[in-house]
Design a protein around this ligand. Structure first.
Ligand SMILES: Nc1ncnc2c1ncn2[C@@H]1O[C@H](COP(=O)(O)OP(=O)(O)OP(=O)(O)O)[C@@H](O)[C@H]1O
Length: 296
């Protein structure tokens, strides 16, 4: 999704809150929107979510399904939790049975089961906020926009927010989130968008300096080629070890993976001391990390 030269003001002659914002977020990415109070973070999120229309400029390629969680859930509605969520699920396009199932599963997951027949205005702020989260997740969103999602939530649900974000990212959704509590330290891979004076700039992400270590199991015959390929792609190979437990026949893939390297015959062993050759046991873990300074 792209924001292209987006300008927004709330009143015809009022000051512009957003002034020519250009930004882009891709599937599988999360961006934290930062900035001092009143600078326009919520405004930007609402434009991204499609709640506000820019006065000038446009938003393109917004995913069809947007989950929008406002900072304050609008609880002044005369519905019970179950009725509200079922209605929202139907609006999101789910059939009756699928809507009931989604409501059941999300109220369970967010600890709302006991509140299904409670009317929205009777909920505490934190419980109402959970209803807001549930309605955004009833159908997996292509874009999830969370305005201060940790505000007022109990500890258990605060822990759940990064999990929900990860699920959206894993399904190739994108996530925008604002946070003044510092809870986004839980999202180390997030991009950081800074709003100031109506403009947006991107801070260097902590993820750019952070190294992640991935353990990869490959058939022993492919080790040398895999190691060579990973190095050629700029990754550091930290260690290669044989893994007797994984060498059992049922742990092997029925067919070797059909990646470009895997399709080749066993490559000659690397000469690095301690690295295995094609004669070593059937399953081996290569531990890799991105090379220092590698971009995300
Ligand atoms: N509905 C509205 N009508 C008029 N002005 C508004 C409205 N909503 C926000 N504003 C103004 O727009 C500016 C940006 O507000 P916004 O809520 O986007 O900031 P924010 O960075 O999210 O603030 P906070 O960190 O306090 O939540 C502020 O000056 C605010 O007073």
């Amino acid at each position: 999704m792209r924001l292209e030269n987006v300008w927004l003001r709330y009143h015809r002659r009022g000051p512009w809150v957003l002034r020519g914002i250009d930004a882009r977020i891709s599937p599988g990415e999360v961006a934290i929107v930062l900035g001092r109070n009143g600078v326009g973070k919520s405004t930007l999120l609402q434009v991204a979510a499609g709640v506000l229309r820019p006065g000038r400029g446009r938003v393109t390629d917004r995913p069809a399904r947007v989950g929008w969680v406002p900072e304050r859930f609008p609880a002044d509605q005369p519905f019970t939790v179950a009725r509200y969520l079922t209605g929202m699920a139907r609006v999101a396009g789910l059939g009756r049975a699928a809507a009931d199932e989604a409501v059941h599963s999300w109220t369970d997951r967010l600890g709302l089961s006991a509140f299904r027949s409670v009317r929205l205005p009777e909920l505490s702020k934190g419980t109402a906020q959970k209803v807001g989260l549930a309605q955004a997740m009833l159908r997996p969103p292509g874009l999830l926009v969370l305005d201060e999602p940790w505000e007022g939530l109990d500890a258990a649900t605060r822990e759940l927010v990064p999990e929900l974000i990860d699920e959206v990212l894993a399904a190739e959704g994108a996530v925008l989130v604002s946070d003044h509590r510092g809870e986004t330290v839980r999202l180390p891979a997030a991009r950081r968008w800074l709003v100031a004076d109506g403009a947006l700039s991107e801070e260097a992400s902590a993820a750019d300096e952070t190294i992640a270590v991935i353990e990869v199991a490959v058939p022993a015959a492919r080790v040398a080629g895999t190691v060579a390929r990973l190095r050629a792609e700029g990754h550091q190979v930290l260690r290669v070890r044989s893994d007797a437990a994984n060498a059992a026949p049922q742990a092997r893939p029925a067919e070797p993976p059909r990646s470009a390297g895997a399709a080749r015959p066993a490559e000659p062993p690397l000469e690095t001391a301690g690295e295995p050759t094609a004669e070593q046991p059937a399953a081996t873990d290569a531990v890799v990390a991105p090379a220092a300074g590698e971009a995300r």
